[in-house]
Design a protein around this ligand. Sequence first.
Ligand code: PMP
Length: 285
Amino acid sequence: MNIAYLNGQYLPIEQAKISPLDRGFLFGDGVYEVVPSYEGKLVGFLPHLQRMNEGLEAIGISTGWSENQWLDLCLKLIQQNGAGNLGIYLQISRGAYESRAHRFPDKVNPTIFAFCFEIPPAPVADKSHAKTYTVSTARDIRWDRRDIKSTSLLGNVLHYQQGVEQGNQETLLYNEHNELTEASSCNAFIVKNGTVITPPLDHQKLPGITRQILIDILRNDGNIVVEERAVTMNEVAEADEVWITSSSREIAPVIAIDSVPVGDGQIGDVWLAAQTLFSANRFNY
Ligand code: PMP
């Protein structure tokens, strides 16, 4: 049974009911998070919570919840759903109000919803077992506040679907200057001559927690140089390796872009080194 949380109650997800007047439904007016948990152990709980709180502040929603309340919610969901490999989904919308008006209602309680879904086991640093990705490319058509993990995901959904319809599993996105932003549901990295390079954070991309943890792990280790700088799509095409990162995938090797092999079309050695370090340190965040 899938036990969810909705506004103070734990209940089977089929019984969780949200008003059609909820602004999350009418306007996509809310933010969300996905925190991975492997066998009951959370990865990056605090950075995920910090990003969520920054998103809530950016859109003017206040829950009044403490760090401990959020942690308690995550642990209760794990307890009630069995400690397998879970993505813990947290969503806060501005709430349900009696009329459909764009302005923020003066008095409305946020809707707090959470549930778990199964994710694959934590990736292992082994080339013969790694899941490889092929991707499409597209001009990024999303809004200018992609740093907020908003539930308004239509742009992301359309970009992802383009990749699917072209037989791929993601879409790499670029801005008006032909610079890589991210993918529709992941951040993106390239490797050139042993250096790991990823676009710097700004309003054009989500500050991914996997990205943050990976950069921190690589810099602490010190054996691989990491650069945060603009990356053109020409550099992407000439990269030795390309990776996409997200909480449920960790570091995923991309082996073809628009049907053209990346490097030699195989998983690279820098991926192996990076995923090895990530696997050894994921529970330290
Ligand atoms: N960018 C976008 C657009 C995303 O939706 C996600 C999360 N799926 C990411 C990047 C990666 O973020 P994280 O590492 O925190 O999962």
